[in-house]
Each structure stands twice: as C-alpha cells, then as structure tokens.
Design a protein around this ligand. Sequence first.
Ligand SMILES: [Zn+2]
Length: 737
Amino acid sequence: MLSTDTKTETAMKKTASTGFFLVAVATLALACGAFGAEAAQAPWFKVLNVGMEVGPTGAQVGCDPSDTGYAANFNGRDIVEKAVANHSQYLVIWAKDSEFAYYNSKVAPKCPGLGERDVLRETVDAAKPHHLPIIAYCVVQGNGYPLRNHPEYRMIDKDGKPIDRICFNSGYIEHAKQVVAEMLDYGIVGFHIDMIDEGFGPPYGCWCDNCRKLFEAEYGQPMPAGATWDEGWNRMLDFRYDTSQRFEQAMRRYVRGLKPEVTVDFNYHGYPPFSFEVGQRPVSHAINADFVTAETGVWGFGALGVSLTSEFLEASTPGMRYQVAMSRHARIYHDNTCRPVNDLRWELLTLRTHGSQVTIVDKTGYDGWLDPVAYNRMGEVFKEARAKEAFFGHPQLPEVGIYYSERSRDWYGRETPSKYQQGFNGAHKVMFYEHLPFGVLLDENVNADALKCFPVVLLPNVPILSKKEVDLLKDYVAQGGNLIVTGFTGLMGHMGEALDHSVLEDLIGAKYVERLNSSDNFVRFAADTPERLRTGYAADWPFLVEGPGTVYTPTTATAVGELMKPARTVRQQQGKEPIYQPNSADKPVGPALLINTVGKGKVVCITGAPDFAAAGEHPIPEVRALLRNVVRYLHPEHVVEVSAPQNVESVIMENGADKSIYVHFLGYQSPPQCTPAQNRPFVLPALIEDAPMFAAQVTVRRPFTKVTALNPKTTVKVDGQTINLVINDIHEVVTVQ
Ligand SMILES: [Zn+2]
C-alpha cells in the first residue's frame, strides 16, 4: 500500500529523467488533498485519472473491402469534442486493429470506409487546443490481415498444426515496429498495446521452427512433447513467459528509442481468472510498461472482480500507477447498449476508490456514430469522479493480506486454474462481505516489508511454497505477525507433487497425516469452544466447508473443533456411483483449527478451506463466519471497523497529510433476474438502476471530533466511538477527523 506521496515522488523522478508528456495540473494538488499547492508538472498517466477509449464496431467480426459503410463516420474531431465535453482527461483512440489502420498507413491496410480521412490526424489536431493527451490504441494479437498475409507468423501446436494466433518469435515484431513508428510521427503521448497473449486455452503454442531453435539454444534440449507437466514443461512455461516479456520489452525499447517521452502500456492478462496459458506472470508481465492496464466488468470478470483486480494490480506493480478499462456497454463491448448511470458509477467509483486510473471503453455504432446518451451518462460519472479526487488515492488501512501464488496457479491449478484460484477469489469475497479491509500479496515479489503491511496474512489454499517464502513467513510470525493457512497450504512441492509433510510444520505446530480425498467436508465446534471462534454457527452442529481438507495431529498447537469427513453410500465406496452432491457429515478425522504461538506471533491453520468454500457452489454464511472469526481471534480490534450489509463494500483510507480517515461505501444493488434462455441457472446480475439505502456502523478506535458525509442526504449520528449512518447512494465517503 503505497502512499500518494511516494507515488508522486516517483512520478517526479521519472519526469526529470524521461521528459514524459507533462501536464501542468491542479488535479495533482487535488489528488493529494493539498489545495493551493503550487502547480506541479507530471507525466499524464501519473496525474490524470479518468479517460476514454473510443473504437469502431464491425472489424471484430472480420472485414470485406467493399464494406465502406463501416466506420465511415468514425471521426477524430467529433470524438475529441465529445470527450472534452464529458470531462475525459485523456483519450485512447483506436488507431490499428487486426484488420485495419485508421490512419494513412503505408504498412497496414487502411479502413476503406474512411476514404481520404485520417482519424489519428483528426484526433491529434483536434485535441491540441484542449491539451487533451492522445494515446494510440494498437492491437498486436488477432487473426486478421497479418496472419492472412503472413501464414509464417502463426503459432504451431505440439502436433505441428497451425494455431490462429501470432507467434511472438515469428518476426512479426518488425511489422509491429513499423506500425508504431508511423503513429509516433503524429505527436501522440502514448501507446495502448492490446492483446499480448499466447491464447486463452488449448491448443497451446508454440512449437514453430523459430521457437524450437530458440528453446534449444537456451536450454540445450528439445521442447517437450506437449503439456507434460514435468521438467520439460517447466522449461516450456518459462520459455513462453520469456517470449512475451521479450516482446513487450523490445516494443517499449523501440518506442523509447524513437521518442523517449512516449508512454507504452500493454493490456495485461496476468491476473485471475487468467492463468499460464496466456503466457503471463502476475508481476513480471505487469512491470514492462509505464503502467499496467487490465480490464474489469461484470460481463467477464464478475462483480467482485472489480475491487479485487485493482488490489491485484497494486500488488503486482508496487509504486507504479495502474489502469483499469471498463465498458460502457451493458454486457460486453460492441453490444450497442449503454449501462444505466448507477451501474457505471458503481464500477468506476469502485475502481477509483481502489486507486485505479479508469478508462471507459466506448465502441461506436457501425458507421462510427457516437451515442449521445452514452456520452452524457459517462460524463455524469467522470464529473463526479473528478469532483471527489481529494478522497481517492490515499493509503489504505488494510487488515488482511490475501496471498496469491503464481507457482500454485501453474503447478497445482495446471489446466484447471479454478482449482487454485477459487480459494483466492473466495478469500476476497469473505473480506468484502465481512468488511475486513484487505490487500494482495504475490509470491513473485513478496518480501518482509510487504508482509508487514498487514496485521494478518492469509494463505488461502496455497499448496506450493518455496523455502524463501517459508522463511519470510517464519520471520513475519516471529516478529508478531498473524498467519492463517487453509486447505492444502504447504503440502506440495515445486512441481505440484504431493509431499509427505507440510513445509509449514513448525509454524502450524502439527504433523501432517493426510489430505482428504473428499471435498464435501464438515467442521463442528463444541459449546465450550471460545466464544470468538464460535460466533455465527450453533454449537455441536456440523456444517459444510466445501473444498480441500487436511488431517493433522497437533504437536505444539492447540486443537479446536473437529474436521469431519463425509458419509459415503456403499455404492459410492465401491466407486459405482459418483459424488455429485455433498453428503452428510460422518465422523471426526482431526481438528478443525490448530492454534500455534511462534515467537511474538500466532498461526491458525484452518484444516478445511472456508475461502475456497465461499467461492463455491455451497457458499453458506457459516464458512464466512469461520474465516472472519479466525481473523478477529488473531487481530481482535482494527483501528477502524465497519459493519454494513454484504452488498456494500467498505474501503478505509487515511490522508497522510492531516490524518483524516476516509471510509468509502460502495453500494452494489442488483435486483433479481429471469431464468436465462440458456445455461440455466447461470445468470449475469441485473444492471444497477437504484441506489441502495442501507444502515452502516463505523467504530473508530482513536480520538476524533468531527464526522462528515459527502452526501447531504446521509444521516450521521455519533455515539462515543461509534458512528451510525444511513446512506442512500452508490458511493459515499465519510470523513473522520
Ligand atoms: Zn513460435
């Protein structure tokens, strides 16, 4: 959790050394809450917070040279005018996709509907008087003209069959360089380069001759025969990661060599739900740009993905800026709808609250038509976000660090990434619902300082931990940290192989006995269990904690509660019937919790996986209560505690300058949906139209004299340390001074 000050400082250092497009801005002062500060200069991406990406609709379904109606009215002047009017601070203009260039290119086919017009020229010229920074959108991956004209750019699968994707070792980069060189001459401030991925699932690449040669030169042996999940495949994964990284670094170096002030950012796919198949690691593929850009949206990433992705980006690029792109369309880009204002507000203000710079993507009508209603709605949201700048970007006061392991993603999750990622997602869901302020920790860049930011560190079913990670965790606990581990954490080796012991044995204070081969496991707590560990479920009542479960025998730990394996019918035991639903609890097989004191800290091992269960098919409230109870047992009082409904997210931050506490409330209110036309019962949530009305309580454990709410309709009543609120909005900020 970096402070705004640190970020600004980094920005200023970079400004001095690279001469980025500088913006003389009042927004910087606003972002720090320091009104009246001297006008500062900083690169555009460090100080501008909301903007648009505008691109046409049609080429994504292929092209035909006679399709001259497509993008015929896609016009840079109109787009700039509308972007300025709707309070955008920067504009990403669609300059080249996998079918067309939207400028006068000598090396890429031009969109026929444009005639003589050059959209990039129009855009840059129109933006100049407004000092609106223009970023060129430029696609890399895609199966359009580059692959039609150059079949040799194709990836090749393990059986030698071509894949309709570009191999980054194919020589294609020379074309990509020609394209960006052309665009650089227009006076743009940056490139948003999309689709640096190696595919989103099987068949995987690439076994082309170029890749084979490079691989053999690097490793002195041939490529593996496929996804063999052995040493050979380990090298292949490294090779794929290195290939993407090399491409990104080469592109950025090339741009910088021509124009040192121009920024480069890549659309990133190193965050969940993406996995190894994309060819990106969370950290090493987030830091090859001036800032990282990811996407959110209920349509593809779920409603919870909005806050989680922002925190993931912050963890993967410490000290750097991060951007999230969201869509103005109801379901997915290009669907020619516009979300209601409250639906847009919820997503954008959630992203801003979590520190993201936010780009709203507008895909125009077929002919390039700019939907006036959409621009009005986006304008309302941008205006609000800009008016609230003083309340965003401050350091948070997190309680729980949720640990994410790229190694476990790859070698435990393998080709079923959810097997690993479900625990991480569920941990976030519990933190969100239970109002436990959280952040993200990543195995790739974890260090002692990162761990120390959190009073509690949670390893949600993280089977693979290196010696370095274990040593860091040992130090963290010894010095007073609180550690929670769940499920199969620490039970597998580097390649995902089952170990006969836990690598966290000393920390847990118990000996590993076995991993249950069932996922419908139960826990039960007797009436004499300490109250704090039994709130939210009845005494002596077994409840389902669906997910991995492990049997341990305590050595130094205190055992609490029972882990119970499920009953099985005779035919199930004989393997003649599947287990398609959880069965009832059978008998206890070990403790539910192991509580161990190590040095100045404590470790609680939850032998089931309530995090995994919370994101699963049977997410009963008791699994959340179990995890919340353990957090509260280890860390009984947080400086600020929020109680609010589950559909409301709370984010607590502190203004470093005057120590004001800002408690953000983000109300998500999605009404019921119809039975879907297909894939019953899986439905996407309804769009948010109404702002929710809810009561919330904030307990502040330090002296304060003044409490104010931004929205005049919010009722505020202070009773000692407790602030009682009734809020009727999508977003509210309560300031405690
Ligand atoms: Zn290749």
